[in-house]
Design a protein around this ligand. Structure first.
Ligand code: CA
Length: 251
């Protein structure tokens, strides 16, 4: 049997953290819980990588934490090159939390209070997406042959197995969510993909979710894949619908 996935919970409300730990352990995960962002960063960004601190497979990160909030924590993680899938717990009724979370580099979010079954489904989804990016093409019958582990276009390449874009001699790390969106667009190369279908099929969100989150992602992705992000040729806007990925513009 393979070793269990390791989950780090960052939550200052002790009874909630303990409840989560109990239930996630019952699901077969190995769980560690800490109460502050600082403690989480020490585990996730050790000064010297250490066998005593095996890597986590996923982080459940509360937004409302003392001193250093969840947005700051995920942003510092990403800046330090720590790209572990991260699910943020946000306050209900604050769509701006969702956008801020994605902008800071979160991979998914769940508003509090949440049903435990929903949290577990989201965790499974993120862990599965990690596998999906690394291995198999999607089952969708009408999708083009999948990009599999990497996809090259022009002088650039996207490495889904490593979660990075290589372009112009630089390497840009991707979050799981960024890689998932790129993968989805590339699987539908040349076709207009709606924001709604990205929200539903990539993130598993309902269609009434604020679609600006998608636009924020595209702005970031253009910095990696476009020579001139202000005049995109690969990640093209399709007015009134969404976006289209073009591998060879002008071909
Ligand atoms: Ca809290």
């Amino acid at each position: 049997m393979s070793s269990p996935d390791r989950i780090l919970i960052v939550e200052d409300e002790q009874h909630l953290a303990e409840g989560l730990r109990f239930n996630l352990e019952a699901e077969g995960y190995q769980v560690r819980a800490v109460e502050t962002g600082e403690a989480a960063l020490e585990l996730l960004i050790p000064e010297t990588p250490d066998a005593a601190h095996p890597a986590f497979d996923l982080v459940v990160l509360d937004v409302m934490l003392p001193v250093k909030d969840g947005f700051t924590v995920v942003s510092e993680m990403r800046q330090a090159g720590q790209f572990v899938p991260t699910l943020m717990l946000t306050a209900r009724g604050r769509p701006e939390d969702v956008l801020d979370g994605f902008a800071a580099g979160a991979d998914d979010y769940l508003p509090k209070p949440f049903e435990l079954s929903i949290l577990i489904a989201r965790i499974r989804g993120l862990l599965r997406r990690k596998q999906w990016l690394r291995a198999t093409p999607p089952a969708a019958g009408n999708a083009k042959p999948s990009a599999k582990d990497s996809f090259a276009f022009g002088e650039k390449s996207i490495h889904f197995d490593l979660l990075e874009v290589r372009a112009g001699g630089k390497v840009y790390p991707l979050t799981l969510m960024e890689a998932s969106i790129l993968r989805f667009l590339i699987d539908h190369e040349g076709k207009a993909v709606s924001r709604k279908s990205m929200l539903q099929e990539v993130w598993g969100l309902r269609e009434d979710t604020d679609t600006r989150a998608i636009d924020n992602f595209i702005v970031r992705l253009r910095r990696y894949v476009e020579d001139d992000p202000a005049h995109p040729r690969h990640l093209v806007t399709v007015r009134g619908i969404g976006y289209r990925f073009v591998a060879a513009p002008g071909a």
